[in-house]
Ligand binder design. Structure first.
Ligand SMILES: Nc1ncnc2c1ncn2[C@@H]1O[C@H](COP(=O)(O)OP(=O)(O)OP(=O)(O)O)[C@@H](O)[C@H]1O
Ligand SMILES: CC(C)(CO)[C@@H](O)C(=O)NCCC(=O)O
Length: 447
């Protein structure tokens, strides 16, 4: 972090785009001077802006819904409130970076989606979880919390930060379970993006290897003439590779079970690379690993057998012992930082692959969906998992991947606005404040 940035430890150090005219949130701006209007809070639909927040062990994922339909503001909205929403909106969508650490993944933007009865675009933003205290201070100092008095949050941090949000911001976090949000988010995004799901064909063949779309739409296709291959039908297995790893078997909408997990995940890889290779960031660690050779570090089956372990079908180039060569001082001298980073990557990937195939076998599931930010900028892991699922299942099980990798929890949480709206409506009906329209609205709480 630059010394300039260090003086301003907030997410709000803007890196503006080329457009000089963009009106932005500046350090002097304080939106809380615009009076809070009870009118908004008296409606059952939560006030804009709408956010979904997934506060994970390493990264916070923030998704922001930008309405594109006409009813952006209720007729009752006052100009101050409208201005405030517009300023926040401009700030979020005209910047690609927020300070040193916040990033908007513009390439993932998802338009024409429907959330809570509104049509619009979802924007995807992430920043390190260690910046949460700065995020809260910023939200407080800029008065942003006045608008979003209803925040849907998931991930461990939704619990960890609930009291602080209440005390510092007077904001109630509506907490939703991270795995339920994850599955809901996956199904939501895949429904809107036909290109979302893909697999790697010929994963280990550099020339023939390619990404192939796996049409999700196939899951609902009843057209017997259809040549579209099967989509992601139930049941499917989700392997969420975040800081830690959770494995979830999904049998139908709202019917899922966490079947396994592991602490040897993205956090382990990142931590080990910082320790052994002096990496400053996850992206550095991945870049370094791409240049390394794990065979200089890992002991292979052929190092032990002189070839394959035929009786039990273990090929000679299978890793027998991760980091196994490192007991030798000579080998330690020969192994470069890149080799160590590659070995760390292979260790984590193999461990996850092994858990995934065992879970898929015991649950009798053929489609294995790998998600989570460990897969960000990490095709080595994705290709290796693809090969492993195919090899160890004799071709019966398939590794599938999703474009929005680590954002599904936040999206599922955003969709939970439907639940919050319903709760607000019920509260208003119970208190005798509901309009006749609200009283008649039988919004579904089914998901
Ligand atoms: N820019 C990044 N900074 C830090 N880690 C990153 C980054 N990009 C990818 N990663 C990897 O993604 C992992 C975090 O993934 P993800 O955001 O899905 O999980 P999380 O929600 O933080 O963790 P958990 O679900 O275990 O609470 C890190 O451990 C790291 O391996
Ligand atoms: C603790 C969570 C669920 C937090 O997201 C995740 O980091 C995880 O699944 N870790 C692995 C825990 C285990 O060993 O099962």
């Amino acid at each position: 972090m630059s010394s300039e940035a260090a003086k301003q430890p907030s997410l709000l150090e803007t890196h503006q785009n080329d457009d000089d005219d963009v009106q932005d949130l500046q350090d002097g701006d304080d939106l809380s001077c615009i009076p809070r209007r009870q009118r908004f809070l008296s409606l059952s639909v939560p006030p804009m802006p709408w956010f979904g927040l997934d506060i994970g062990g390493t990264l916070v994922k923030l998704v922001y819904f930008e309405p594109s339909d006409q009813a952006e503001f209720p007729e009752s909205a006052i100009s101050g409130e409208i201005e405030r929403v517009k300023v926040i909106h401009r700030y979020l969508v005209t910047n690609k970076a927020y300070g040193e650490t916040g990033v908007r993944d513009g390439h993932l933007e998802l338009s024409n989606v429907h959330i809570n009865g509104r049509q619009g675009t979802i924007h995807f933003i992430r920043f390190p979880s260690c910046r949460m205290p700065n995020f809260i201070s910023l939200t407080k100092s800029k008065g942003l919390a006045y608008m979003s008095s209803t925040v849907c949050a998931t991930g461990g941090g939704a619990h960890k930060y609930a009291d602080i949000a209440q005390m510092e911001l007077n904001v109630k976090l509506h907490k939703f379970d991270e795995l339920e949000s994850l599955i809901q988010g996956i199904e939501f995004v895949a429904k809107y993006n036909p290109e979302e799901c893909y697999f790697w064909a010929n994963p280990l063949d550099e020339d023939a290897c390619k990404r192939v779309t796996w049409p999700w739409s196939g899951r609902t296709s009843s057209d017997p003439e259809s040549t579209v291959p099967d989509g992601l039908q139930y049941p499917y297995l989700v392997v969420n590779m975040g800081s830690g790893v959770s494995v979830v078997a999904v049998y139908g909408p709202s019917n899922f079970r966490r079947v396994s997990g592991s602490s040897i995940g993205g956090g382990f890889f990142h931590g080990l690379c910082c320790l052994l290779c002096d990496c400053e960031s996850f992206d550095d660690a991945i870049e370094l690993a791409a240049q390394g050779d794990n065979k200089k570090v890992d002991k292979l089956v052929r190092d032990i057998y002189g070839g394959d372990y035929e009786l039990f079908g273990l090929p000679g180039d299978t890793v027998a012992a991760s980091f196994g060569h490192m007991i030798s001082p000579e080998r330690r001298k020969e192994a470069s930082k890149a080799d160590l980073a590659r070995a760390a990557l292979v260790t984590v990937t193999n461990n996850i692959g092994s858990i995934a195939i065992n879970c898929a076998r015991s649950e009798q599931i053929d489609r294995i969906l790998f998600v989570g930010n460990f897969l960000r900028v990490n095709p080595i892991a994705a290709k290796s998992l693809s090969y492993a699922m195919d090899y160890w299942s004799g071709g019966s099980k398939k590794a599938l991947f999703l474009q929005h990798e680590g954002y599904f929890g936040a999206v599922g949480c955003l969709e939970k606005l439907v639940v919050v709206t319903e709760l607000r409506r019920q509260e208003r009906v119970a208190n005798g404040h509901a309009t006749s329209e609200e009283s008649l609205d039988e919004h579904s709480l089914s998901r």
